[in-house]
Structures are given as C-alpha cells and as structure tokens.
Write a protein that binds this ligand. Sequence first.
Ligand SMILES: [Fe+2]
Ligand SMILES: [Fe+2]
Length: 409
Amino acid sequence: MNSDLAQHRLGIMGGTFDPIHKGHIMIAEYATKAFNLERVLFIPTGRPPHKREIRLAGGEERLQMCRLAVKGHPDFVVDDREVRRQGTTYTVDTMQELHKAYGPGWQFYFIIGTDTLQVIDSWRCFPQVAKMTEFIAIYRPGDEREELTRCAQRLERQYGARIHFGAYEGPDISSTQVRRRVASGGAVDEWVPDAVDCYIRTHQLYKETEDGNRTMDFDAWTARLKAILSPQRFDHTLRTRDMAVELAKRYGVDADKAQAAALLHDCAKEMERAQMLDVIGKAGMQVSGETLEFCRRNGCYGILHGPAGAAAAKIDFGVTDPEILSAIAWHTLGQPEMGMLDKVIYTADILEEGRQWPGIEEVRAAIQKDLDEGLRLCVGRGMEYLIQTNRPIHPSALALWNELNFTNH
Ligand SMILES: [Fe+2]
Ligand SMILES: [Fe+2]
C-alpha cells in the first residue's frame, strides 16, 4: 500500500496477552501519540493448547481480559480473528484480511518489541508482510541501539521493510512476571488494570494446577524478600526460618506454616511509618487505639512492623492462613495466650544462629527441652533489654510476661 495515499493510521498490537497488562496499554497510548494513530487493534493470537504447570487462560478469557483492559479507550479495539481462526495462525493471513476489511485508505503500523525485530524475517512470508505494514519497534531497557539500527537497515535493504523506532519509557512489565506472581499467591494490581486483576481472581487463572492449596511458593517469596530487604535483614530472615522449621519439627507444629511465617515475619521491617499504616488499612486489619497511642507517645512506630508484616503477607504474598498471619503480627510484642506457631516464630527470631547476647546459649539449650520455658526466658531477655536501654514496655508484652510467670497452670 502506498502510505502517501493513506488517510488513516492504524496501529496493531499482536501477542498472546496472557494476560494483557498495563505495559501493553501504555505502549499503545505512547504509539498513538508519537505516530498519530487513529486506532489501535489488539489482536490476541490463537495458540495451540499444550500442557503447562499452571492454568493458562483460554482464547475467550484472553479476549475478555483485553476487552476489559481497553475500556475507556474508544480508539483501542479488540479483534478476535486470530482466536477464532482454526489451526495455526499467521500474521500474513491476518494482514491480508485486515487489508480487505479496511481498504486503501488505511496505513498499518505493526507495533513490536525490539526483540521481535531481530527475528522478524523468520515470520512466515515476511516479504509479503513487509509490503502490507510498517513497523514500530519499541526499545527495551538495555537495548544496543546501534545494532538495532543496523538490523532495521538490513531489513529495509532486503525486503523494503519500513521500520520506525519508539522510545517509550514506561515500566517494564511482562505477562510471565504477572503469571508467576499470581501463581505464588501475590498481588498484581500494580501491573494489570483493576478489571483484569478482578477477572484473574474470579476465574482462578494462573494458579498451580497440581494442588489447589499449594500456593506458597517459598522460592519465589525468598527471591522477592531478597529484593526488598537489606542483605543483613535477609540473612536474619533465612536464619530465623531455619530455626523456626527446626523448632516446628521438634514440637509438632506444621513446618510449612513455620517456614511461611518465619520468611515473612520481617517483610515490613524496612517500611516507613506511612507505608506500614497504609498496608494495614489496605488489608482491612486493625491496630488497637492503645498501640497507636503507645507508638505516638514514645515515638516507636517500629513495633508496627508486626501487624504491617501480616498485612503485607496477606496482600503481597497471598497468605490467608490465620495462624501464619497471627504469628507474623505478634512476633515483636507477643501477647497472652499465644498459639504454638506464635511461640515458635517469636523465639526463633530471638534465638536464630546469628544472634548474640549474654546467656543466649542457656536459652537455646532450654528451648530444646521446653518451648514454654524457652519462651519465658526470651520474653525476660526482651524486658531486660528494654529496661537497660531505657525504652517503654508495651502492655501486651507485659501481659505475656505476667502470664508466663505468675499464672498457676
Ligand atoms: Fe521483627
Ligand atoms: Fe526478626
């Protein structure tokens, strides 16, 4: 088609869109502005079904998520032709159909990533495709731009391909990253539009299929913790996990739950005050007025990292188990009537291998024989420390201390 005669410019976004995410929408918005596009078509590919370890979305589901994502963008249109087409779908067929449907008044701009650009001449009938559409290649972070320019020049020479580069600088999001986060039980609302987020949850997409309950992906959690915590805190977290799992096995507590709670116990420790209060609110959890007043009066908002950690465990890591959430929430202050898992996490945090304080060896020995006695000694050590460093004692910690020492069992 002769682009001089074309009055209208049509952008084409192809891909599996499994799922569509905010990056796709932002790239389409960018291309619309930068290249004066009148309309952008989102064309999810058809895809031969094959077995995977997580449940991928079907064609209808991918179409539906695209429709939800483009709501509010009158110039973005979802095109279902490739999902509907039987058998393997090829871009060359799609382009021919589009040409018939739109006629000579339209010039097409196929929007691709620069990774695709480098292999694009392996597309079926690429010489024909190159005659039917121009390309907008969107730079990705870390691209060797000179090399890409050479690649574009070669395609131009060999096939007459017309390639433009787009310097979109938005967040780098991938569908794989979204699927992995969902599979490990985390939240993806920062990466996908709200309506898509809701759709993924309602339709239980991207969950592990083997065992519906096994959404605690400790490897994925550990990787995330490594990214958000300081190296020292991360190492402390791993040592707390080791100690917690050992104690759990010794005292007949669920080792998976101990591992989960220990890994996440300090996940909010490095958050700012506002961030902690925010995540607690978002999770629909509450901190007592007494505790908030205690923090305010003594300027010690740090103790909120317990409840904030439980809130983040719920929202960011998808933990729903009340025992795990309780153990995280109370690991700093402690409270009367703690459960077995609460006790394991509280003590593992204080006794893990990297800790050193006078008398720790005796307490480590004691806890191997009696969890409650170990707990009592740990709480006592905490009290001593607060007194020595002239810090206030929270009523809940005091109540635990009294329960452990002065209640007749
Ligand atoms: Fe902590
Ligand atoms: Fe800790």
